[in-house]
Design a protein around this ligand. Sequence first.
Ligand SMILES: CC/C=C\C/C=C\C/C=C\C/C=C/C(=O)SCCNC(=O)CCNC(=O)[C@H](O)C(C)(C)COP(=O)(O)OP(=O)(O)OC[C@H]1O[C@@H](n2cnc3c(N)ncnc32)[C@H](O)[C@@H]1OP(=O)(O)O
Length: 323
Amino acid sequence: MGRALVWDATCVDSLAASHLPSTSQKAAAAAESAQMLKRPKMFLLRQAVSNARQLAPSVRAMSSKGPLVDLTVDNDGVAIMTLQRPPVNSLNLDLLKEISKSLDDVAKNKSRGMILTSSSPTVFSAGLDIMEMYKPDMKRAEEFWTTLQDVWFKLYGSSFATAAAINGHAPAGGCLLSMSCEYRAMVGGKFTIGLNETALGIVAPKWFMDTMCRTISMRQAELALTTAKMFTVDEALKCELIDEIATDKADAINKCKTFLKKFEKIPPLARAITKLKMREEPIKNLQTSRQADVQEFLSFLKNPKVQQSLEMYIQALKQKAAK
Ligand SMILES: CC/C=C\C/C=C\C/C=C\C/C=C/C(=O)SCCNC(=O)CCNC(=O)[C@H](O)C(C)(C)COP(=O)(O)OP(=O)(O)OC[C@H]1O[C@@H](n2cnc3c(N)ncnc32)[C@H](O)[C@@H]1OP(=O)(O)O
């Protein structure tokens, strides 16, 4: 059977004034940037093709069990992605790679939606693994940051619907993962959630900030980011950082499922394009500044003051854990 092919070629003028700064730093930078800019268009094309093949009814069984991420599909066709890197699901390179691959699997599988949760009874995710940033090997640090960017692109810009069942603390990168989903149900109790980077002497990247500004009000986000605010569950609900409070993990997952069910009667293509258009701006911003963002991260890591702050933070964490 013949298959329709769509050709979409782009020729970049790598010596154009707008490309010169990046081209002079890195070979093929202009082509790379053109490729990134084309992604949203390609996404829409892929969606259109999927729709033509009547995307919704063909949910395949999926079960992928890496050591760090468990991915299963329940009877309703909802993918449940469970982070399982004890003790606190800190996001190191290996875990990020598995999340990235699992997101690809969910996209391929055409699930009804995906729920992100954790196997820990008290921690959703402790955020980025600080040990990846403390006295790092620069090559690995670059791969680490690029993989984190990939995870955000795939989660924040996913065509499938997403919800987070936050069953424990969600600081920094943990908060980012949950905010990248479309809906959040958090288990009530003593847990906290927020972007606390300034407390570590580091600055949340712009795309972390953008994600927060699109979840809570700009005013609340500025206050929270500058003061490293960790919200209690009640505070998080009040400022709409989360959508619902759950009694336990099962309840959080049920609440996420109820959210995903809302899309049963909505044509998937219309839903996906609407989501992408709403999220287009921060995605494009990072696509265009992706290399600069990596370089900024690496130069942050080389800064002795940042290393000193990280060292003190690690010591404080270890002292607390030892008590
Ligand atoms: C400008 C643009 C470009 C670049 C900017 C540059 C830099 C910005 C870069 C990145 C942004 C950063 C994002 C982040 O996500 S940073 C991580 C922030 N996370 C935290 O602050 C959380 C710290 N952890 C906790 O608060 C608690 O552990 C937690 C509440 C999650 C759980 O408490 P619990 O009592 O259950 O466990 P603990 O006893 O505290 O911990 C057990 C064990 O785990 C270790 N641990 C905890 N968190 C981390 C972590 N994030 N990374 C690595 N290790 C972690 C902790 O030390 C204990 O270890 P051990 O003593 O060996 O048992």
